[in-house]
Design a protein around this ligand. Sequence first.
Ligand code: NAD
Ligand code: TYD
Length: 328
Amino acid sequence: MRLLVCGGAGFIGSNFVRVRVRDHGDDVVVLDKLTYAGRRENLEDVEHEFVHGAIEDPRAVTEAIRGADAVVNFAAETHVDRSIAEPDAFVRTHALGTYVLLESARAARVRLLQVSTDEVYGSIAEGSFTERSPLQPSSPYSATKAGADLLVSSYCETFGLETLICRGSNNYGPYQYPEKLIPLMILNALHGDPLPVYGDGLNVRNWLYVEDFARGIGHVLEHGAPGEVYNVGGPDESTNIEVVRRIIELTGADESLIEYVTDRPGHDRRYSLGSEKVRALGWEPEVRFAEGIERTVDWYRERRDWWEPIRSGEYRAFYERQYGRALS
Ligand code: NAD
Ligand code: TYD
């Protein structure tokens, strides 16, 4: 299969491209704007074609989509805290970008899979969301992702475009930018920097190892029914403080590094996805959290070459703005 993978230079996109090229022999064209989160290094060990461009640019998309059998869209702004500080790029990429991509897929008559998130459903105190649960997003990030999902579905209903939506739970694993909980805590623990836990640390997330999500997306692309949404949830849930304590054990850092800080505004308490529908298609997660977190800590320990340029660049200024203190 020849795939156009938008946002393929980011965390999940690059893991997806690696899985598809390695395990399925796909030809892949990556279209990526290379924002702070997109890095050519993430794909240096994978054969692919690369187009530097934005999904909201019709000319770049028209060029990149030529000859593709399907489009998979990972391109997004993805950090909730940045969406609170500066929402504009979220609106542009998720609303305008998804629209431009849908128009191009419609003109080229190719299937489009939109990668989405459990956050569109909002918070759930008990039980799990199904694909029929109402969308009740809380942050500019999740609200603009929900808007994109609705636009995608409308192109199936209205124009007969073959669309699919995969809503994943919190991913973790290699190549994740260290603004997100797990890589941030690993790198801070390795450096002896404070570990900033929001609120009471009892918010709950449903953790999914990135290669499991990558396989799930590929599975839905091949076997999913057009117009359908598929939740792809992880096998384990955990409070944030449990995650941080496990990272402390694995890195040998000191417990005293934990620092409770001001909570995120509108902070969702708990996410939980029911994944029966995608399991019925034949997918299931293979990596439990206990194993995935060990693999992830090992990867960050070994890949100083990957994170050193990040931790010494734009990230330092972001960190200072966000946390009100400098990194070591
Ligand atoms: P990421 O921030 O690591 O990567 C995003 C990529 O998109 C980067 O390569 C960036 O350069 C690119 N990009 C951003 N705006 C673009 C634009 N306008 N045009 C072209 N490229 C653009 O994100 P990620 O964590 O890999 O997430 C990928 C997708 O998966 C997103 O749609 C996100 O909503 C979804 N998702 C993420 C998680 C998670 O836990 N990280 C969970 C579920 C779903
Ligand atoms: P994050 O990785 O930003 O993912 P999301 O908010 O999209 O689920 O955060 C995961 C959880 O960790 C969330 O409850 C917020 C919390 N968190 C902290 O406590 N401290 C931090 O420094 C970060 C980045 C997140």
